[in-house]
Design a protein around this ligand. Structure first.
Ligand SMILES: CC(C)(COP(=O)(O)OP(=O)(O)OC[C@H]1O[C@@H](n2cnc3c(N)ncnc32)[C@H](O)[C@@H]1OP(=O)(O)O)[C@@H](O)C(=O)NCCC(=O)NCCS
Length: 376
């Protein structure tokens, strides 16, 4: 049997895929062949979800039907019994735990839960994409002792989420920034959470189960949890004048700096520049540029000293914080977007399935002797 040459399946190709292409040396990212820079400039998250699931951009009529399915109150609202369940959770439950639990419970209420056909999986993907923002915002309101805000079907997914979080209509810049963040996080080839989703889907399990697996994988600080860790670092640094000394000491102490480095990119992550620009503009709009200034200093020092470059997580948190979103909601926000990619990968996996079942290179004992318990 062949052995693993590099830990963590680094550079191992496990399957073909038509969904997402990353050029780690040139810093390019394509969804279904379209450059993510063009999608940021011209598209919306809703359209990108369609592109990922169906393989091509929609016609106007297709887009209208798709947006309607994603924004209808019947799609966005949570079953009342689920809200009762959420109320029963301890207030200290983290938003990622709530999201994982809530998505699992949503499966029980889904009319297509027992149907794994492509058509039903697309309907479930639409419902989950519509429901997850409501789930995240509802928990935010409940844990603050406030009433959940009813989704507004006239608002885009980005605007409606911000509205449900705060109860106030967001500014145009906040909506645009959030929509761009959703586009940029929507897919990223065989990252850890997507791979987890595909492993689950490959047993011919259902979409909700695959997405619960993915949410569990996204939660860790080496993956989706990094954006929260970046903000904790910014808060610890406090003011821009302290940033240089802080980061130099962290590097001297051999700390792992969150928001930098990537398994695939050898240059700056192409998503980082958009979030840097929008976080800078939002900071100017709210009159607090400290977060971005701290991050710019940290980025200059880490890049100069270690030749490790910013990834998507470096600036996203600064943008979310400028919108008043609490730090522990950053990773759930990542999931609100990545659900589009996860669903696309489940559809692709089911479309040409083979069970994913690798082998281990066994390094344990051979033929150990069983010793009865009273002789150990
Ligand atoms: C994303 C990540 C897990 C990829 O890691 P990987 O491909 O397994 O690379 P490794 O962890 O083996 O790191 C390779 C080298 O770069 C260094 N390195 C990588 N990322 C680093 C970081 N963020 N801070 C400091 N050093 C880092 C490692 O210390 C290692 O150095 P060494 O060879 O001298 O030991 C890693 O870059 C990381 O932990 N980043 C921080 C978390 C983060 O931002 N995650 C979000 C990714 S989008």
């Amino acid at each position: 049997m062949s052995t693993v040459t590099k830990a963590g399946l680094e550079d191992v190709v496990v399957s073909t895929s038509d969904i997402c292409f990353i050029d780690g040396r040139e810093g390019r990212l394509l969804y279904r062949g379209l450059d993510v820079n063009d999608l940021v400039a011209h598209s919306s998250f809703e359209e990108v979800a369609y592109l990922l699931w169906h393989g091509a951009l929609p016609t106007r009529k297709e887009l209208e039907a798709h947006v309607k399915a994603l924004s209808a109150t019947t799609s966005r609202r949570l079953p009342p019994k689920l809200i009762t369940m959420l109320r029963a959770l301890p207030k200290r439950t983290s938003p990622m735990e709530v999201l994982r639990t809530g998505v699992s419970a949503l499966s029980a209420f889904d009319p297509d839960h027992a149907d794994n056909s492509r058509e039903a999986t697309i309907r479930k993907a639409q419902r989950l994409t519509a429901q997850m923002p409501t789930l995240v915002a509802t928990w935010e309101r409940l844990r603050r002792g406030k009433a959940p805000v009813t989704p507004n079907p006239r608002l885009s997914l980005a605007a409606n989420f911000l509205y449900m979080m705060s109860g106030k209509k967001p500014t145009e810049l906040a909506t645009k920034t959030f929509d761009v963040a959703l586009i940029l996080h929507a897919d990223h080839e065989f990252n850890a959470s997507t791979f987890a989703a595909r492993v689950t889907a490959a047993t011919l399990s259902d979409l909700h189960s695959a997405i619960v697996s993915a949410i569990g994988a996204l939660k860790g600080p080496l993956h989706g949890g990094a954006n929260e860790q970046v903000m904790l670092m910014v808060e610890e640094i406090g003011t821009p004048d302290r940033a240089e000394a802080w980061i130099r000491k962290a590097l001297a102490d051999k700390a792992r700096v969150m928001g930098f480095g990537h398994r695939v990119y050898r240059v700056e992550d192409p998503r980082a520049k958009h979030l840097r620009r929008l976080a800078t503009e939002l900071g100017q709009q709210i009159g607090n540029e400290n977060y971005v200034k701290i991050l710019n200093t940290v980025a200059r020092v880490v890049t100069d000293e270690k030749k490790i470059y910013p990834n998507v997580d470096l600036y996203s948190g600064a943008a979310y914080a400028a919108m008043g979103i609490p730090t522990d909601q950053f990773t759930p926000i990542f999931a609100l977007s990545r659900v589009a990619g996860w669903a696309a990968h489940v559809l692709e996996q089911h479309g040409n399935n083979r069970l994913i079942r690798p082998r281990a290179d066994y390094t344990g004992a051979i033929r150990a002797e069983y010793v009865p318990v009273d002789r150990r």
